[in-house]
Design a protein around this ligand. Structure first.
Ligand code: NAG
Ligand code: NAG
Length: 512
């Protein structure tokens, strides 16, 4: 744990902010609204300040840095922005007017009026606690549907792009990109030209690729190029030019953007949504210390099921309506359960869930033959809006209830990395390690020098409480028995530090 004075994404309801809004905010207006929030590195929010509509400001990474993500709609030839704050010289457009914002545990839903049409823009970041493959897919959906508000028919085209800000914390670095323009899915892929594995700049990962995709349905178009050119092309023509910019350059050098557009034709009633997916894949995901001082490269769990990015994107996009159904069921269950405490409590739980899950990544190791070892799962968590430590015990502890509630096994996977490291005998102190890596996700390299932040009473107590509550909730005693020596020694140290005597310790007949 570390308290920093820098701005952080702090999600507390402030009634005074709610009152100032020009739109309806349900159940309240938080200080940042999750847009695409799935992992420590796929984390796009709409910062609110005193209240910001979806098209008032740029989406921001959790640190507050801009993530270029723009959206325009054309209605009967008139262009409106609905997402982001783009300036496009040489093209005329208005701003759609936000009517409402609403969030659930998995979705943030905005309704904006674009002349005689209402656009419903839904950001779905799936929370899939009982499906390890789906939970670990680092992708999010944006879906958009349009409906006439005056009974007349209207011609609609929809556009969206991302910038290369999704792949680096340093906009002066060079990126390259490519696109898949045939087949059932249009995808733009962008990455650093000189990636550095297992490294970060300003909390952004410095390797791997971002992907922006949509179904390649009739009337879908694509374009890559300088932000003003690609956006002006859509604003002036209602479609993209199907051209690709190959002048690879820095993120901020004539800002390359990756645009996709759909022509919905003439509509009256609400349309079937057009769906975009945004994601970021890196492999390996985590470097983890193992017995003997070596390190193990671990990969995101979903890679055990998909061998190409195209395959996972295609599966993710075609799963949209089923994912939405599962999300609605999950949201309703959380609302029912948390609502038994109070409506305010249910709202705070709902705004917290994507934030909690997106601090984590599910990983697997490989066997000596290079196959994924699906029995070796470790869940890693980043200490976000703080110092970036890996699997900080006192940061896992406040998040613990959401894992126990949704799937206790995820809690076991969170503790496993800590127990396994401590059982390797490399950590010299006799109390619980504070974390698995100092300011260093994705490097979980332990603290063999014993110089981690010393919080012996709190961390040892937290580990004991979490190990016991997992066993009680799940009926699975395997951690208690496998790590009995560690648990007994944490208990002994905790009691000593509290000035208590230590009676003999045993778990299931095994003692330390
Ligand atoms: C795009 O580039 C990446 C990285 O060089 C490569 O792995 C991928 O296959 C390319 N995709 C296409 C569609 O060319
Ligand atoms: C898979 O991982 C488990 C847990 O770490 C380990 O016990 C087992 O030996 C591994 N299997 C192989 C084939 O490496």
């Amino acid at each position: 744990m570390r308290f920093l004075s820098s701005a952080s994404v702090c999600l507390l309801p402030f009634a005074s902010v709610v009152n100032a809004l020009a739109w309806t905010a349900t159940p309240f207006n938080p200080s940042a609204i999750p847009l695409a929030v799935r992992t420590p590195y796929l984390s796009a929010w709409l910062p609110q300040g005193a209240g910001a509509a979806l098209n008032d400001v740029w989406p921001a990474f959790w640190t507050g840095s801009t993530l270029g993500w723009a959206g325009f709609v054309k209605v009967d030839g008139t262009a409106y922005t609905f997402l982001g704050a783009p300036a496009v010289s040489g093209a005329t457009f208005s701003k759609a007017v936000q009517k409402s914002s609403r969030f659930t545990s998995t979705q943030s839903i905005f309704v904006l009026s674009a002349g005689p049409v209402d656009l419903t823009v839904t950001f779905l970041s799936p929370v899939e606690p009982n499906d390890l493959v789906k939970q670990s897919i680092p992708f999010s959906y944006m879906s958009i549907s349009a409906a006439s508000t005056n009974g007349a028919s209207h011609s609609i085209q929809i556009y969206s792009d991302i910038s290369a800000e999704w792949v680096s914390g340093d906009d002066s670095l060079t990126v390259n990109w490519n696109s898949t323009t045939t087949g059932t899915v249009l995808t733009h892929q962008v990455q650093l030209s000189s990636p550095t594995v297992f490294s970060e700049i300003s909390d952004h990962t410095q390797y791997g690729s971002a992907f922006y995709s949509t179904s390649n349905t009739v009337g879908a178009t694509y374009q890559t190029g300088a932000d003003v050119n690609v956006r002006a092309q859509f604003i002036n023509n209602g479609k993209l030019a199907n051209t690709l910019d190959t002048g690879f350059r820095a993120v901020s050098n004539n800002w390359p953007v990756f645009g996709l557009a759909h022509d919905l034709g003439t509509i009256t009633a609400a349309t079937t949504p057009v769906v975009f997916s945004v994601g970021h894949i890196r492999d390996p995901a985590i470097s983890y210390i193992v017995a003997g001082g070596g390190t193990q490269s671990r990969s995101l769990y979903f890679l055990s099921q998909f061998t190409t990015s195209a395959a996972v994107i295609s599966s993710f996009l075609s799963d949209f309506s089923a994912a939405l159904t599962r999300a609605n069921t999950f949201d309703a269950q959380v609302q029912t359960d948390a609502g038994k405490i109070s409506a305010d409590y249910a709202a705070v739980v709902a705004i917290s869930i994507r934030q909690a899950f997106a601090a984590t990544e599910l990983t697997l190791s490989k066997t000596s033959t290079g196959a994924f070892n699906t029995t070796d799962v470790i869940l890693f968590m980043k200490e976000i809006s703080s110092d970036g430590n890996v699997n900080t015990v006192d940061v896992i502890f406040p998040a613990w209830p959401i894992f126990l509630y949704t799937n206790p096994t995820l809690g076991k996977y969170l503790l496993e990395g800590l127990f396994r490291y401590q059982a390797s005998g490399q950590y010299p102190n006799k109390w619980s390690v504070h974390d698995l890596g100092w300011c260093k996700l994705p490097q979980a390299l332990g603290h063999n020098d014993g110089l981690d932040e010393a919080m012996p009473v709190e961390e040892s107590g937290n580990m004991l409480i979490m190990a016991l509550s997992y066993a009680l909730k799940s009926g699975d005693n395997s951690h208690l028995t496998r790590y009995v020596r560690i648990l007994c020694s944490l208990r002994w140290r905790w009691r000593r530090l509290k000035g208590l005597s230590s009676p003999p310790c045993s778990i299931n007949g095994r003692s330390s």
